[in-house]
Each structure stands twice: as structure tokens, then as C-alpha cells.
Write a protein that binds this ligand. Structure first.
Ligand SMILES: [Zn+2]
Length: 175
């Protein structure tokens, strides 16, 4: 990630291969810590909502709604914000039950930086949700599909963590 120390510009900066940068010249330390992220399996009357990624990484591949948790947010707060931004739909605050059913690590390469994430996956039942409720975020989202669980082609998914999550979902909730 860095060839020179961002603090003193020394080329001696060391990386432990995992997440710690250390500069022996000035003592600079940076932990490139795991980032929190969410994904949501929304089951509607027409199947599970999958989004087509409009941008890299994995442009054109299928993904679940969700994304990085911002500083200052809790996981569900971040997920609700992502739903609002990505699909223009959020379930009501009252009486909505997001169920955390799985968590897997993911690797997210973006513009020459690799982010390690801890993805948390939530299940949500929204039987009345239809395409008329969706307003997709221009650019970020290329489109959407409603797919029955058994018809999801795992190779069409963008990320390994999403594949593992959907497999876990289908085992727990059925297809
Ligand atoms: Zn330094």
C-alpha cells in the first residue's frame, strides 16, 4: 500500500503482510484494520432481491444490498442507509426484524488498495416489496433481479462472502 512512510517519507516502512505498517525511522504505526460491512437477503413474494453491480470491483456481477459501515454507525444503521441509497426503499423502523444469520470475511480490492472486511449478513422478509418500490442508485447499481433461492447461480455472485452467506441462508431458511 505504501512504499514510503506517510509521516517521514522513509523507504524503510515495513508491512507485516496482514494489517500493520511500521516505520523504524520515525516510529509511525498504522493498523489497516478490518472494515465492517453488511449485506441483506431480502425475501420478497417474487424471490430474493439481487443487485447488479454498476461499478468495479466485480462490475456486472450480482450482489446483495448493503455495503461498508461508515464511521459512527452501528451495523443496522449502516444497512438502513445503504438500502436507502442503493434501492430507495427501507422497511419501517417499527416491527421490522433484521435477523443476523451469518458473518464471513471478504476481500475488497478498490483502486489499488485491498480492504479486508468483516461482512455481516441479515435476513429480512418483505413479502409485499415489488419493483415498483425500488429506486436504484444511478451508477453504483446497474439493475436488479428477483431470484428464487434455488435458482441463484452462485458463480454469478460478485463475492465469496456473499456465496457463503446465500448458501448459509438457503440451509437455514430453505429456498
Ligand atoms: Zn516514518
Amino acid at each position: 500500500m505504501w512504499n514510503y512512510c506517510p509521516s517521514c517519507a522513509s523507504p524503510e516502512i515495513q508491512f507485516d503482510g496482514s494489517h500493520r505498517f511500521f516505520c523504524p525511522a520515525c516510529g509511525f504505526v498504522y493498523y489497516h484494520n478490518t472494515a465492517a460491512a453488511t449485506g441483506c437477503v431480502i425475501r420478497t413474494g417474487q424471490g430474493i432481491l439481487l443487485l447488479i453491480r454498476g461499478e468495479e470491483p466485480a462490475k456486472g456481477k450480482l450482489d446483495l444490498p448493503g455495503g461498508f459501515v461508515d464511521p459512527g454507525e452501528g451495523a443496522l444503521e449502516g444497512l438502513r442507509r445503504e438500502l436507502r441509497e442503493e434501492i430507495g426503499w427501507v422497511p419501517p423502523e417499527q416491527g421490522t426484524n433484521f435477523t443476523l444469520f451469518a458473518s464471513f470475511p471478504n476481500v475488497y480490492p478498490y483502486k489499488n488498495i485491498t480492504y479486508n472486511t468483516c461482512d455481516m449478513f441479515f435476513a429480512l422478509d418483505a413479502p409485499g416489496l415489488t419493483e415498483r418500490d425500488l429506486r436504484l442508485e444511478a451508477g453504483e447499481i446497474g439493475g436488479f433481479r428477483f431470484v428464487e433461492g434455488r435458482d441463484i447461480r452462485m458463480e454469478d455472485l460478485a463475492f465469496e462472502s456473499t456465496r457463503r452467506a446465500l448458501n448459509a441462508y438457503l440451509e437455514i431458511y430453505g429456498s
